[in-house]
Design a protein around this ligand. Structure first.
Ligand code: CTP
Length: 431
């Protein structure tokens, strides 16, 4: 976290009706501790779960609740309240407030302030898993996410207060702080745990970086395929960091649900073979850094059907599915000798360092970034990751942080090592 990012920031913390409202008290406490000036706004529903006095004691400011409260309006009217903050955090954001805001309503103080403000608004949803996954809530989420100054944070998965299990839980206050501070102050969040300074515009000016990201799909027939859980977020965060550092970035991406960072040359691919062709083409004229963050399917169906298999035929085909090994994109680029510095990823569930180190030598690369995919608080479906950096000289841990922040820190570590290799002319690579 970067506490400096919060110093003197005016935060309007909106609390809506949900059991997770008790966690918002801790969030208010963390914000105040980090130096923010916090004004809490509670909806009518929130009052059923927590007392305004709790927030008043934590923030030193009287809570605002009513749109038509004459006394409060004399102090700071609702339009002033919309102009006052540097940012707005809605935590927990209930299904009801998401629906009303998505419809553009202004039927209480919060929705009125939301229509009147143009400041950054962070939505932290929390609700029962069935309510969260309902098509109408998901539609509202998409509508809100499309507002340029709105950021929708994910929900967490796990046991819920109602006794059910699934997505819809509110993120922990510490995680909310980490995710938001990463967006507040890029300069602070790019600082490494140890090593070189923050990303500057010129760090990679005039240099070419090629990154693979996301999953690949291997088709069985025109509508069925084999794939994996990769979201692409780690590779996309690295690409964004490389653009910020001034590099000429080609992002070769499998099918993902997130937008490409501004300024990259996006090459969209589907299969491992297409990813290989795109990678060889992007590196043909040489590149300084090649990063393989994609989760490439190891195998593909040997004979994909040209027509959609009917149910009966599909049962036979699937039970005897013949597979062939896919090309190794990273190893092929390493063997081509066209990339000056090569970085791979290793997703492991056991013996993290050992398995990763053997990949480093097997693939003939310079650095491997290893993460433990058996943990649910980091990795594939999380906004967070924690990794081990293993090269031919040392092993270093980058502590749990948001993928966006990690993208920047990782890139700095990579650039540092690439420069060192250039200076002393040693690769230490296993080939
Ligand atoms: N990789 C690649 N092309 C492949 C397979 C993997 O470029 N066909 C890259 C990935 O992008 C990642 C690294 O190689 O950087 C992962 O290595 P891999 O040996 O595939 O890891 P796992 O799939 O985890 O291997 P294993 O199942 O043997 O643990």
């Amino acid at each position: 976290m970067a506490p400096e990012a919060w110093q003197s920031k005016r935060v309007l913390l909106a609390v809506t009706g949900g059991i997770a409202a008790y966690k918002s008290a801790l969030l208010a406490r963390l914000l105040v501790k980090a130096g923010a000036d916090v004004q809490v706004l509670m909806t009518a529903g929130a009052h059923a779960f927590i007392q305004p006095l709790t927030f008043q004691a934590l923030t030193g400011r009287a809570v605002r609740s009513d749109l038509l409260d004459e006394q409060a309006e004399q102090g700071m009217g609702h339009i002033e309240l919309a102009r006052w903050p540097d940012l707005v955090i809605i935590a927990p954001a209930s299904a009801d407030v998401m629906a009303r805001a998505a419809a553009g309503m202004a039927d209480d103080l919060l929705t009125t302030v939301l229509l009147a403000t143009r400041k950054q608004v962070f939505w932290v949803p929390a609700m029962n898993q069935a309510m969260w996954s309902h098509p109408l809530t998901q539609r509202n989420r998409t509508v809100l996410a499309a507002v340029p100054f709105y950021t929708m944070l994910d929900t967490a998965e796990g046991a819920q207060a109602c006794g059910e299990t699934g997505p819809g839980r509110m993120l922990e206050p510490e995680d909310i702080m980490t995710l938001i501070s990463a967006t507040l102050s890029p300069a602070d969040s790019t600082r490494l745990h140890s090593g070189p300074g923050p990303i500057s515009d010129g760090l990679l000016s005039g240099h070419r970086v090629v990154i693979t990201a996301g999953p690949t799909r291997e088709y069985i027939d025109p509508v069925r395929f084999v794939s994996n859980e990769s979201s692409g977020r780690m590779g996309y965060a690295l690409a964004a960091a490389a653009v910020a550092a001034g590099a000429d970035v080609t992002l070769i991406s499998g099918p993902v649900g997130i937008p490409a960072p501004d300024g990259v040359h996006l090459r969209s691919v589907t299969s491992a073979e297409q990813m290989l062709q795109a990678a060889l083409m992007a590196t043909a004229d040489g590149c300084e850094i090649f990063i393989a963050a994609a989760a490439v399917a190891d195998y593909r169906p040997a004979r994909p059907a040209g027509q959609k298999l009917k149910k009966q035929a599909a049962a036979v085909q699937l039970s005897q599915l013949e597979l062939v090994e896919n090309p190794d994109v990273l190893k092929s680029v390493a063997d081509s000798g066209n990339a000056a510095y090569l970085v791979g990823f290793a997703a492991e569930t056991e013996q993290l360092a050992e398995h990763a180190r053997s990949k480093l030598t097997r693939k003939g690369i310079d650095l491997i970034v290893a993460n433990d995919v058996s943990r649910t608080d980091i990795g594939f479906n999380s906004d967070f990751n924690e990794v081990l950096l293993i090269d031919h000289q040392q092993t270093q841990r980058l502590e749990r942080q948001s993928k966006r922040q990690l993208g920047q820190n990782l890139l700095l570590q990579i650039v540092d090592r690439w420069r060192l290799k250039n200076e002393d002319g040693t690769s230490g690579r296993g080939k």
